[in-house]
Design a protein around this ligand. Structure first.
Ligand code: PEP
Ligand code: MN
Length: 394
């Protein structure tokens, strides 16, 4: 049996580890060995005390022993490679496609782990799959986007993972909801699993902005604000859906200070059984990793003195914006009072169309992006309508 004795006390309360001093620190675990523990991959903390960047790569799906071996041999010497991924059970949006090879694929991973000394990881969606991973010495798993969206399934997985010593990556849910993402991480924490990382694979939207899954970087920033210290990897393969987007998305991930990457790499991408359009060759992947800066930790991220005065100016502009917004909402309340006395409805479509038109022209003259300006004005107007409706109800 595996026993993890954690010195992290939660007093029966649901708390994120950062409230206790950061995801990356303060977790003291005493690990006892299990009958499952067939190799070293359980003994290492994978994502705790990590070095940047954390690189995870491998095929979308394990297709054969030869394919897994070939890709593993090409990946094993890539800089910073931490884990090789491979889908063993494939969640398909529509039925009828290849659904993964199941247990035989785990046996190949187990064999290669021993031969090459590299850890492997795969997606789990069912407790029985966790059990099979444990039996085959797979020390890291990930929870896929469709599963993260379902707290019932996440709870079942947590129960199966409790006490196993397995490291877990949590992909964002398919829908743009940071709470579900955090919720899955919190459930893992409650189950005593703190060797975790988040993986950003984009969100399924009606308009995907030219991507397979819209990146919505602002949601990742929100996750990181809520869970400082949590390692976050970028999965450019599922965001882009096309191999030519992988490199630019990796560059963006670097600029967005991600802690690493999970990338789909296949020895012959065009022949891949799943996600052929987005997989890249080991050589292309090696070139991408080469361009990442050397190993650093969050504590050594470079800072520049020159930023301080500019940031002070930003702070003061933001303060002015807040004061102006507050002033604008005050005017909305006065307008509400007049409309109420005169019997005029709150929402005035023509006035709103005219305001939007005018502001967009002004924004263009000021060099502001029209779609950003429109989004911002729509938010401000919606708030103004809400304020007016509320003050009419007073
Ligand atoms: C995958 O990584 O192959 C996969 C199916 O991912 P996601 O859950 O992000 O769709
Ligand atoms: Mn895939």
């Amino acid at each position: 049996m595996v026993l993890i004795v954690s010195m992290m006390h939660v007093h029966g309360k649901k708390v994120l580890p950062h409230a206790l001093g950061g995801w990356g620190g303060g977790v003291w675990s005493i690990l006892f060995f299990s009958q499952y523990r067939k190799n070293v991959y359980f003994c290492k903390m994978i994502f705790q005390n990590y070095e940047h960047p954390i690189i995870v790569a491998g095929p979308c799906s394990v297709e054969s022993r030869e394919q897994l071996r070939a890709v593993s041999l090409s990946l094993r010497n890539i800089r910073h490679l931490k884990l090789i991924r491979g889908g063993v059970w494939k969640p398909r949006t529509r039925p009828g496609g290849f659904e993964g090879l199941g247990e035989p694929a785990l046996a190949w991973m187990e064999e290669l782990q021993r031969e090459l000394g590299i850890g492997y990881c795969c997606e789990v969606a069912r407790p029985e799959q966790v059990e099979l991973c444990l039996q085959h010495g797979i020390g890291t798993v990930w929870i896929g986007a469709r599963t993260t969206a379902n707290p019932f399934m996440v709870s079942e997985l947590c129960a199966a993972l409790r006490g196993s010593g397995v490291a877990v990556m949590v992909k964002n849910p398919v829908c743009p909801d940071v709470s579900l993402w955090l919720g899955a991480l919190e459930r893992l924490h409650e189950a005593g699993i703190d060797d975790v990382a988040a993986v950003h694979r984009g969100f399924s939207m009606y308009h995907n902005q030219g991507y397979r899954n819209a990146p919505l970087w602002e949601l990742v920033m929100e996750l990181r604000r809520e869970a400082p210290g949590l390692p976050v990897l970028c999965d450019p393969s599922h965001i882009g859906g096309r191999r030519e987007l992988v490199r630019p998305l990796c560059d963006t991930a670097q600029q967005m200070a991600f802690d690493g990457l999970m990338v789909e790499v296949h020895p012959h991408p065009d022949e891949a059984w799943t996600d052929a359009a987005q997989q890249i060759t080991p050589a292309d992947f090696a070139a991408i990793v080469e361009s990442w800066p050397g190993a650093t930790t969050a504590a050594t991220t470079p800072q520049s003195e020159m930023l301080t005065p500019l940031r002070n100016q930003i702070d003061s502009v933001d303060r002015e914006m807040m004061a102006l917004l507050s002033q604008r909402m005050g005017l909305a309340r006065q307008i509400a009072a007049v409309k109420r006395t005169e019997g005029i409805p709150v929402y005035q479509p023509q006035r709103w169309a005219a305001v939007l038109d005018k502001r967009l022209q002004q924004a263009e003259a000021l060099g502001l992006d029209p779609s950003f300006t429109k989004d911002l004005l729509e938010k401000i107007h919606a708030e103004s309508v809400r304020v007016q409706l509320n003050s009419s109800a007073d």
